[in-house]
Design a protein around this ligand. Structure first.
Ligand code: PMV
Length: 325
């Protein structure tokens, strides 16, 4: 039995999205992407390899997963398994009640950290980022805190994230609106594949990302909030335009997503700078400056109820915790 290892990783929200694989075996993306790691949502995962086990045992939030449900975790463990040993994996998602914001990013970043340590490997953060990529693309970026960029790369070696600004000294916040806590219908894996294969706009998306990355890096470096906000909002809408233009077309928006987007535009028209983004689900996340939090959270609480409004700030990169006894 190897010693148990525990890691904590936080989710991240992409400002310039990853939406499409170039190589599904190596998990190489079509484009680079850029995100902000958040302090409010994280996963703690403990891994222990044990030669007495005859199969991996995976527990998520106190529920033992069936072998089918834990298939992705088992395949990920294959990458680091010492002497073919099976593992006990215990994972807890720390997300505010019924949030539906649990993310594969924090899950696979934490699993990469805990599984590699339990296997006796002492990987650098770049190596952890590379390993995490094989579980989930967005996990590549969750190894780092603050703003991080995942360079698409051309092979396993070169496709890794790096920090851009880890200790964000800028009073900004992300307001997460929990509009639907249920499991998404079209997985990001299916959604991005169908966009790559069938949207006639996919080639233009690659140019959009290159342009947005070049423009958002200096906006972040100079703390130009408006410039950063305009880029992240248009990038999100252009990503979602790929789903609407796929064959068959689909969308992650629900009616409340549209209500929230309109409310953000109204706030902006009335002089409050805030910008929205959405991932592969209906929940809307707003970027704002901390000085505007009271007004924005009140507006959103009036629309959706205060229990559906969660405020997050820039969060840290991967942490190794002492293993539970
Ligand atoms: O990490 P995945 O494979 O679940 O894909 C994430 C896709 C988006 O969240 C929509 C965008 C991103 O860059 O995080």
């Amino acid at each position: 039995m190897t010693p148990a290892a525990t890691a904590r990783a936080h989710t991240n929200i992409a400002l310039v999205k990853y939406w499409g694989k170039a190589d599904t075996t190596q998990m190489l993306p079509q484009t680079s992407s850029l995100s902000l790691t958040l302090d409010q949502f994280y996963t703690d995962t403990t891994v222990q390899f044990d030669s007495a086990l005859t199969a991996d045992e995976v527990t998520l939030n106190d529920d033992r997963l069936s072998p089918q449900a834990s298939g992705k975790v088992q395949r990920f463990l294959d990458l680091v398994r010492p002497d073919g040993q099976f593992a006990r994996v215990q994972s807890t998602n720390h997300v505010p009640t019924a949030a539906g914001l649990a993310s594969s990013a924090s899950a696979f970043a934490a699993l990469a950290g805990a599984a590699s340590r339990a296997a006796g490997l002492d990987l650098t953060r770049t190596e952890l980022s590379r390993l995490a990529r094989h579980g989930s693309g967005s996990a590549t970026r969750s190894i780092f805190g603050g703003f991080a960029e995942w360079t698409a790369g051309t092979d396993d070696q070169s496709s890794v994230a790096h920090p851009i600004d880890e200790t964000v000294d800028w009073p900004i916040a992300v307001v997460a609106l929990v509009l639907n806590a249920h499991q998404k219908k079209v997985s990001s894996r299916q959604g991005m594949q169908s966009s790559v294969d069938t949207s006639p706009f996919y080639p233009a998306w690659k140019d959009v990302v290159a342009h947005d990355l070049a423009a958002i890096r200096p906006a972040i470096a100079t703390h130009d909030f408006q410039q950063m906000g305009e880029i992240l909002e248009s990038n999100a809408m252009r990503m979602h335009a790929l789903t609407l233009s796929a064959n068959p077309p689909f969308t992650y928006f629900n009616g409340d997503s549209l209500v929230a987007m309109q409310a953000v535009q109204d706030l902006r028209d009335a002089g409050t700078a805030c910008y929205y983004t959405l991932d592969a689900g209906p929940n809307v996340k707003l970027f704002c400056q901390t000085k505007d939090l009271p007004k924005i959270t009140q507006t959103m609480a009036d629309l959706f109820g205060s229990e559906h409004v969660i405020v997050a700030h820039p969060g840290p990169g991967i942490q190794f915790l002492s293993s539970p006894a």
